[in-house]
Design a binder for this molecule. Structure first.
Ligand SMILES: C[S@@+](CC[C@H](N)C(=O)[O-])C[C@H]1O[C@@H](n2cnc3c(N)ncnc32)[C@H](O)[C@@H]1O
Length: 175
């Protein structure tokens, strides 16, 4: 949270898209700290939606946090975003990158969370549960392939939280 907040402050983030709202704890905390920030956030789980709606209303932030009650697969949103915080199904990071890469503003970036996945990325073969193993392998592949993506730069912060990856749109004028 403090890392995300620092990034938003330093980069003057005004429009943020959050994929995966849960109870809206992060979006509420960010919006409280950053009065200029507007957030679109997407959640499909009906129980989470109820909690998020209640929390956003109680925080008095309905004018700055817009909750989209739908699956990310059908979400369209509105306009471009300075920051896209990807915090939903970890096996879908690559899909979300491709779906939303053209929705970044000129100096926009993605934030991907859980990029070391409780340190499991360091030895996926040791994971007993098959679906967890498959998911962790997808994270490992995503980490490798995203570094080759033309037009973007990557920065890994593996020691922060559960691992953060920032994928920034490369400024055309940079070498
Ligand atoms: C880790 S939680 C999000 C936490 C939240 N970003 C925060 O920091 O407070 C992930 C959420 O993503 C939601 N989610 C997962 N896949 C989704 C999808 N395809 N469409 C919409 N929401 C999804 C889950 O229901 C869950 O509530």
């Amino acid at each position: 949270m403090s890392f995300l907040l620092k990034y938003c402050r330093e980069h003057g983030v005004r429009r943020l898209l959050e994929l995966g709202t849960a109870e809206a704890s992060t979006s509420i905390a960010l919006a409280k700290e950053l009065p200029e920030l507007h957030i679109d956030t997407v959640e499909r789980d009906p129980q989470m939606i109820e909690k998020a709606k209640k929390n956003i209303a109680e925080a008095g932030l309905e004018d700055r946090i817009r909750l989209f009650e739908e699956d990310i697969a059908v979400f369209d949103g509105e306009g471009n975003y300075d920051l896209i915080f990807v915090d939903a199904g970890k096996a879908h990071n690559d899909d979300y990158f491709r779906m939303f890469r053209d929705r970044l503003t000129e100096n926009g970036a993605f934030f991907f969370d859980n990029m070391v996945f409780h340190n499991m990325i360091y030895d996926p073969d040791a994971i007993e549960n098959r679906s967890t193993r498959q998911m962790v392998r997808k994270i490992v592949r995503f980490r490798r392939e995203i570094t080759c993506e033309e037009g973007f730069t990557t920065a890994f912060y593996d020691k922060i939280g559960d691992g953060i990856l920032i994928v920034s749109r490369r400024n055309e004028h940079e070498s």
